[in-house]
Design a protein around this ligand. Sequence first.
Ligand SMILES: *Cc1c(COP(=O)(O)O)cnc(C)c1O
Length: 388
Amino acid sequence: MTERIFLSSPHMSGNEKSYIDYAFDSNWIAPLGPNVDGFEKEIAAYAQVEDAAATSSGTAAIHLALELLEVGKEDTVFCSTLTFIASANPILYTGATPVFIDSEESTWNMSPVALEKALKDAEQKGKLPKVVIIVHLYGQSAMLDELMAICDRFGVPIVEDAAESLGSYYKGQPSGSFGKYGIFSFNGNKIITTSGGGMLISNDVQGLKRARFLATQARDQAVHYQHSVVGYNYRLSNILAGVGRAQLEVLDERVLARRAVFNRYVETLGGIDGLDFMPELEGTYGNRWLTTLTLDPEKISVTPGEIIEALAEENIEARPVWKPLHLQPLFEGNDFYAHSDDEIVSEKLFERGLCLPSGSNMTEEQQSRVISKIQQCLGVTNSASVTK
Ligand SMILES: *Cc1c(COP(=O)(O)O)cnc(C)c1O
């Protein structure tokens, strides 16, 4: 069998071990220590925010953000529907009820139209959501100006799920730094990784101080172990933070590599009628974490599922676009607001979407294998493919 090509695999810089050695040499083998402190400062500087708190996962960081915003049982939280389940699971941890918001075509992210409709409805019912969670899917920025203006108007804070968009920019400002809180993930398949880990970022230094308190079992100031509120064990290991510090040093290179992977797909497949790549919103710079595209069934008879299968036979990993959360059995019965009356954009993207192998460590030869197989599936030969 030929060598496996992954969707997105860890890509070490080579400097990770020196930070791990630093942890061992100082015996900080704990969810605390100089690598954690350093990683937090470095991420805060990168994202241009006042402070950052390292967590055991991106999911934990979202949960802490919701706790800081005092989300509870009686509350609702609005969330992008086209995303990974981890965006919404923390809503359930708090006991609150999620309401899902459709995507719009130009970013695949939260539709300002659907959001406004949902907020107006909520206001009429006398129950605005406690938080709006905005996701930047596959590294693409959502329409932040529009979304923030709407949330401001209704006085609802934003949590930015930037798990997939570390290294992306919206109008020159780092992704994740727009909301009251932002979160990153360093899971194994993300653009940089600590094998597992996350970060909560904000300009609210007091809020992050409380996040660190909640993330370490909420222990009160007392010599004996005293606790007045529910806490969690959500801090990042000092060893893993070391991996993160070395990874962050090469983040910008990783973004360039992923964008080059994307450009190569566009050059070789972009001329095919009915095949469209995820656009990049004007004024934004995406990390192109995953190259994603759609196939128009009216122009292309091959389905994304068939391409995924054909690639799997060649030991190549590809995936559908995230299944919208409002279609998940877990959220049956939860409210959902569509972008328009006659079209649900997220469902269309799910039916037509395809994510291609996009690792920053993928070789050109590996990428050529992916491209030829797709060209073969679509019945275009190498020579016939448009290479502009
Ligand atoms: C990966 C991811 C998360 C969760 O991060 P973990 O570190 O795996 O907990 C949250 N939201 C989105 C959109 C993600 O892709």
